[in-house]
Design a protein around this ligand. Sequence first.
Ligand code: PLP
Length: 212
Amino acid sequence: MGFDPDSWVYELVMGCIGDFYPEPDRMLPHAEKIVHSFLIEFLCKKQFKSCKYDLFATEGGTGGIIYVFNSLIKNKLIKKGDKIAIGSPIFTPYLEIPHLNDYELVEIQIKADPNDNWQYPDDEIDKLKDPSIKAFFVFNPGNPQAKAIKDETIQRIADIVENDNPNLIIISDDVYATFVENFSSIMSEIPSNTICVYSFSKHMGCTGGDWV
Ligand SMILES: Cc1ncc(COP(=O)(O)O)c(C=O)c1O
């Protein structure tokens, strides 16, 4: 990465002993550069390799999901009673969180078709055209099927964001990205509207150490 060796070792040592905790508030700077290049390598196609994303380290993928929900609510990007779309099947916290008293969100399901390699049919995706739907929570690749959303569908979502629902916030959980060859995240195709949750727990076969 071309780091100055002393600054890099200093960051590692200070990080290990937690000397400046709780700063920096987002992420250690050398670590951010390394994780950024990992994410670009495995989540973005060639034409998007020059994209720049802001990362926020959290204590786990599940923690990241909760922070995203809380942050959207606290910043009034989603209000109680708002409609949110959920791609199904989905990891349990995404199904349960919207019903909690703090959130009280109205849930619209976007259902993948098990008979079509777990792809989302066009008429399900077209539900996102409704501008009263504020956010779309989706797994890509899915769990348990580890199938990536096909390019045409991602393009369809991009067209919907451009023409019908420009304020749609997409929360894409890509923790299974490395299970699919040549994977491409929604984050790389619709960067301005997408918050990506990534966790190393699936890639490394261990939990914790994740980035939003
Ligand atoms: C899609 C998905 N996102 C997030 C998580 C949670 O990740 P972590 O173990 O890092 O909290 C899981 C765990 O099974 C998962 O399947």
